[in-house]
Design a protein around this ligand. Structure first.
Ligand code: AMP
Ligand code: MG
Length: 322
């Protein structure tokens, strides 16, 4: 069985062909360059102008014919309305034209499922840190539940905004990581953990207002925000009694964040896993694979029910495949 997955929640439009065996046959990306921050309409226009060629490329690279496709899966939410709508329209058209079923996938759950496919993780706590999202998710009592999340912006967005203010190109995350290596002094920044939730904007403002070197500011932002995430992840582990941490989202490519999570899991006798970079960032393979799991366990939707869900919550999904 061949599944085509379409991703388009934010800056990346992606198309992938995955087999029911879990083999990823193609995984195509096109990313809207958000120099001035993401503009939803423009990102959607970007996706509209790339989706057809991406579909063709994905099918060609997979070495199949479009008639071989058995299922269409798309990112139903959460995300930016115009982007979601563009990609959902393409998914509906494909499903109708090929006369195959349609499945709407929750983007955050897909990050977790692709991690389970690509790594040895079986029942992990997911620390998902991307541009727009920061969440700690785990499967308990037959649903994926959010144990902690950002109360304002995603950590990636915060890093990119800070970077823009100090003259770094987008994406600023990797540049901040480089600069942080030269940091020596830990500046006092607000440590914003509220229960199991976190906040980042105050930290950004404080770092922008500090009279300190860029190296120290980058270093302090990383140390503070990553420590917050590590603390909340550790508490989620303890609470759920799980012994695996899975990382997902673009920010987890940061080696310092990985190191902190590694140390914490080591001390607890737990394991930690990071999928390959192409499966950490927004990608369509995760949508195709999760779509397959859903379909295989009896879930699909009609075109009429396939409305996008901008605020689609992880715990709204009835998990039929676990
Ligand atoms: P995503 O939204 O999952 O596609 O990830 C994109 C985000 O990841 C952007 O906000 C980037 O700045 C951030 N990012 C990428 N690489 C790194 C890194 N090495 N350290 C911190 N953030 C990063
Ligand atoms: Mg994502």
């Amino acid at each position: 069985m061949f599944i085509i997955g379409l991703e388009g929640t934010a800056h990346t439009v992606g198309v992938s062909i995955v087999k029911n065996t879990g083999d990823v046959l193609s995984n195509i990306f096109e990313t809207y360059d958000e120099k001035e921050g993401i503009h939803p309409r423009e990102a959607a226009n970007h996706h509209a102008s790339h989706i057809l060629t991406s579909i063709k490329k994905a099918i060609e690279e997979a070495g199949i014919e479009k008639e071989d496709i058995d299922l269409v899966a798309f990112s139903q939410g959460p995300g930016l309305g115009p982007c979601l709508r563009t990609v959902a329209t393409a998914a509906r058209s494909l499903s109708l034209a090929l006369e195959v079923p349609l499945v709407g996938v929750n983007h955050c759950i897909a990050h977790l499922e692709i991690g389970r496919l690509r790594t040895e993780a079986e029942n992990p706590v997911l620390l998902y840190v991307s541009g727009g999202n920061t969440q700690i998710i785990a499967f308990t009592k037959s649903r994926y539940r959010i144990f902690g999340e950002t109360l304002d912006i995603g950590l990636g967005n915060m890093l990119d905004k800070f970077g823009r203010e100090v003259g770094m190109d987008f994406p600023a995350g990797p540049k901040i990581e480089e600069k942080a290596k030269g940091g020596v002094e830990l500046l006092e920044l607000p440590y914003s953990v509220k229960g199991m939730d976190v906040e980042f904007s105050g930290i950004m403002t404080a770092a922008l207002n500090q009279d300190a070197s860029i190296e120290d500011r980058c270093y302090s932002i990383q140390e503070t925000t990553f420590a917050m995430l590590t603390e909340v992840t550790e508490r989620a582990l303890a609470h759920t009694r799980k012994d695996e941490v899975l990382l997902g989202g673009g920010v987890v490519q940061n080696k310092r964040l990985q190191k902190m999570i590694e140390k914490m899991t080591e001390e607890r006798g737990a394991a930690y896993y990071v999928p390959e970079p192409e499966f950490c960032i927004d990608n369509a393979a995760m949508i195709a694979w999760t779509g397959y799991l859903m379909y295989d366990s009896g879930t699909s939707i009609s075109v009429e029910e396939s409305n996008i869900r901008q605020k689609f919550r992880t715990d709204e999904v009835e998990v039929t495949w676990r």
